[in-house]
Write a protein that binds this ligand. Structure first.
Ligand code: NAD
Length: 475
């Protein structure tokens, strides 16, 4: 197969081999509701085989020099580049996002492998009592179960594969059943670079997923997904006291201060909210705009939103694709219906047509009450409440009045004043006059029910390790 044609079959990766499932399920194109491909499904015995393979591979991989593991990561990044065309096309077909966004995801994933490959966790010597020295070192945990959602299937998988493998762990990776194909294809390619068992990739129905998280030979679960599933993961991890990182849902506020540059902030905040059709954990999901500029801001936002087309990811004119799956489409439609029933005013959108395709128009809601579902719930779809505020203490209290605490942003010409507001927000990440700036070197993670643990940076690497303290009599 050349790197630009789509594969005709998909295989699981277990113990270095491509394996057909005993069963299969449909992967649906969200733009047409047509079949993209049949995906092999692992059964319980394949899951057991994958964990056993990862356990067998662990001692040798842990002992492989860091420099060789780093080189393997770079080779995995190269594979993404070599097979870019196939992976981009697959991602557009199964996830629905526009081609440019799929290219960004594949290229970003390659860059992530390269960036994480440069990182290290050095031993640290700390002074202790006279005549005694202590050394802090990081030991890989063992077998990591990595579980990934459907919004950025490859990027979020790479955010786990790269740090886990670099630090000497082995992995069983489970993509979402809605978007398994790009990941399965990449998993199979990765076997040419990695020793058998270091990276196993399984498509599993959700009903079997708890078997993975409960498996006694899994030492850690690295999870990205909803808060609801995160709670289940935590419960199942308790059976054998597994390490857990949880990157969960968010309801990120963006605060537009009275001195903000409205003309610049409106388009920036449009993409802050609607990138990836708002199926983005760190999308701006509540816009708080000062009353003195509220009308002007709404006008600018609506004018900009009218210039962006919603359509199939294969249509070059489309800036935004469909919602990824029927369940999420119904949830978003229900949220819009709730607003209509509550009498909220729509500045734009609000009419959802029946298929084919899970398309939802950009929907802007004019100053709904704070208790409205569209304000309180994570929409994870293109429905955005714009909320008016009068003073800073009030808006900070409203922004913080959420059980989520993933990210947030503040927009204003006085940078110091904006940063001061940012420091009072209960969120793992705060962007000032910018949004969604991320780097393999900078940790990201949520607070409150948006999860715990971070990804990226040395702090992210450390999450894949147990800390060992060696206390040694000196001389
Ligand atoms: P989800 O929780 O439904 O599914 C996530 C993954 O968990 C999927 O692979 C799914 O198959 C698996 N899963 C489902 N039930 C499971 C179980 N009982 N045990 C083990 N695994 C199980 O989430 P989703 O709908 O795929 O993704 C959307 C959510 O993800 C949103 O809430 C979004 O905010 C969140 N998200 C968070 C981040 C972050 O970094 N914080 C990033 C992206 C998405």
């Amino acid at each position: 197969m050349s790197s630009s044609t789509l594969p005709d079959t998909f295989l699981l990766s277990i113990d270095g081999q491509g394996v057909a499932g005993l069963d299969e399920f449909d992967v649906i194109d969200p733009a047409t509701e047509e079949l993209v491909a049949r995906c092999p499904a692992a059964d319980a015995s394949m899951l057991t085989a994958a964990v056993a393979s990862a356990s067998r591979a662990f001692p040798a991989w842990r002992s492989t020099p860091w420099s060789e593991r780093s080189a393997a990561l770079k080779a995995l990044g190269q594979l993404l580049q070599t097979h870019r065309e196939t992976l981009v096309t697959l991602l557009v077909r199964e996830q629905g996002k526009p081609r440019a966004a799929a290219e960004w995801e594949i290229d970003g994933s390659a860059a992530w492998f390269a960036g994480i490959a440069e990182q290290a966790l050095e031993d640290e010597e700390r002074p202790m009592l006279p005549g005694v020295k202590s050394i802090l070192r990081h030991m890989p945990v063992g077998v990591v179960a990595a579980i990934v959602p459907w919004n950025f299937p490859i990027l979020l998988a790479v955010w786990k594969i790269a740090p886990a493998l670099l630090t000497g762990n082995t992995m069983v990776l489970k993509p979402s059943p809605y978007t398994p194909l790009t990941t399965l294809h990449f998993g199979l390619l990765a076997q040419s670079v990695l020793p058998p068992g270091v990276l196993n990739v399984l498509a599993l129905p959700d009903s079997l997923a708890p078997r993975l998280t409960e498996h006694p030979d899994v030492g850690m679960i690295a999870f990205t997904g909803s808060t609801e599933t995160g709670k289940k993961i935590m419960r199942s991890a308790s059976a054998s006291i597994k390490r857990v990182t949880l990157e969960l849902g968010g309801n990120d506020p963006a605060i537009v201060l009275p001195d903000a540059d409205v003309e610049a902030a409106a388009p920036a905040l449009f993409w802050a909210a609607f990138q990836n059709s708002a199926q983005f954990c760190v999308a701006s999901k509540r816009l708080y705009v000062h009353e003195s500029i509220y009308d002007r801001f709404c006008e600018a936002l609506v004018a900009y939103a009218r210039t962006v087309q919603v359509g199939s990811g294969l249509d070059p004119a489309a800036g935004l694709g469909p919602i990824q799956n029927r369940v999420q489409f119904n949830k978003v439609r229900d949220l819009i219906d709730d607003s209509r029933r509550a009498g909220h005013r729509f500045l734009l959108g609000g009419e959802v047509q029946d298929g084919p395709g899970y398309f939802v128009p950009v929907t802007l809601i004019d100053n709904p009450p704070d208790h409205a579902r569209c304000v309180v719930e994570e929409a994870f779809g293109p429905v955005l409440p714009i909320l008016k505020y009068r003073d800073i203490d009030e808006v900070i209290a409203r922004a913080n009045a959420s059980h989520y605490g993933l990210a947030s942003s503040v927009w204003g010409r006085d940078e110091q004043a904006a940063a001061d507001v940012g420091r009072r927000l209960e969120a793992g990440v705060v962007w000032i006059n910018c949004i969604h700036q991320m780097s393999p070197a900078i940790p990201m993670g949520g607070v409150k029910q948006s999860g715990f643990g971070v990804e990226n940076g040395p702090e992210g690497l450390a999450h894949y390790c147990n800390l060992q303290t060696i206390v040694q009599k000196a001389g």
